[in-house]
Design a protein around this ligand. Sequence first.
Ligand code: 4AD
Ligand code: MG
Length: 467
Amino acid sequence: MKIMSILEIYSTNNCLHKLVVISGWIRSKRVSKIGISFLTVYDGSSIHSIQVIACKSLLNYFTEVLKLTTGCSVIVTGYLQLSRGLLQVYEIKSCNIQVIGWVNHPELYPMSAKRHTVEYIRNFCHLRPRTNLIGVVTRIRNMVFQALNKFLNNYGYFWVSTPIITSIDAEGAGSVFKVSLLDSNSNCKIQTRSEINKKLNFFGKEVFLTVSGQLTLEAYACSLSKVYSLGPTFRAENSNTKKHLTEFWMLEVERSFTNIDKISQFSEKLLKYTVSYVLDHCISDLVFLQKIIDPNIFNRLNDFLNIKFINIEYSDVINILKKNNINNNSVISWGDDLLSIQEKYLTDNYFKSTVIIRNYPKSLKAFYMRVNDDNRTVSAFDILVPRIGEIIGGSEREERLDFLENRMNEIGLNSNNYSWYKDLRKYGTVPHSGFGLGLERLVLFITGIKNIRESIPFPRTVGSADF
Ligand code: 4AD
Ligand code: MG
């Protein structure tokens, strides 16, 4: 039985003296002089651990129980009873403790019961889910994933998987990882040119890890109308910050016959649904975060639900930043990309709210965004949340073939590589729009943790791809 279920049974039925069996790991052990050991056991089903009372009358008390250390795995059979201790309401009085796995050299076990820094535990990504913090974040991340799928299914969106290996650079920004069979360790001299070519040519062309599934998703939106994908994406950018990963998960939503107003309102709904889903389903995990990460977490998340996002034009943002001198020691002018401190000023100081910025200069955005009538801006939107900055990027897509070709030429993209994408504009083109949401940025926002590396099980960042 999971510790989580015991908690539920206890609070609904008050099932004292019920025989239960739990399996999990020892978090800590205290031994009293009178021949009783107090074991704290957790199984990851919730933030709650349970106290297990082990008396010397147990057959293996002296041979095994006394030797248990943090991290050992056990199966405990015993009776649920009210606890006399102040730290818990109930506990298990064990009648059998089966030791499943010992910890070799407990003095070397990196996840001892004391609190470690997140930087320290990052060195042990295979063991860090045993810490309370990573357990909490993992359960919340799971709920975020469930909520996104649920919301989109409720609205009739179909899940589509887009390719991870691709021959196109979907953002046209050049930050792609090339995929090839060439082994850099092998001595190239002993490989013949034809062997090398064969390896390079596994797919018959250059291929990369995807930076976004959007373009392929558009093909499905232009036939199934409402679609989404949710998967890993890879960016070869040299951005070693607390909010950038090299491999991150992105939800991409694409809808035909719609415009920027509707799709941005829809993305606001989706974010609010997800946050309220987490508030409804992860209360004890959030209480833990309130204690150790963000005392204001409940107010912060409730404000997020209750306050309508601010909608503002990029041009107006530039004026606000100019007027308030948020220039980072240089002159800000129309056409400049926003710096992190400027985004933070808008969300955390000026508006004190989540902000949707619209209609960016086309030079700042990808080639597929629909050009506005002024021919200098595109119908794009970014959603910025307090403390984190951009969490969603979206736009209307350029559905007019001639405009699309012009944009590709303007930025020097070889439009022959995108011939299938252009076909979508040749054969029954439709106005369509979509957006991408960074899953880890959303987890970062909800949990209040400081570094995006704690929002994903095995972080990949510049200079680091362990495990
Ligand atoms: O704004 P981006 O680059 O948009 C796209 O890739 C579009 N093709 C999406 C679409 O319209 N279908 O990325 C979308 C979101 C960002 O707003 C951010 O939340 C997240 O992906 N993101 C990152 N998250 C973590 N680490 C990184 N290096 C990220 N780069 C983008
Ligand atoms: Mg973006």
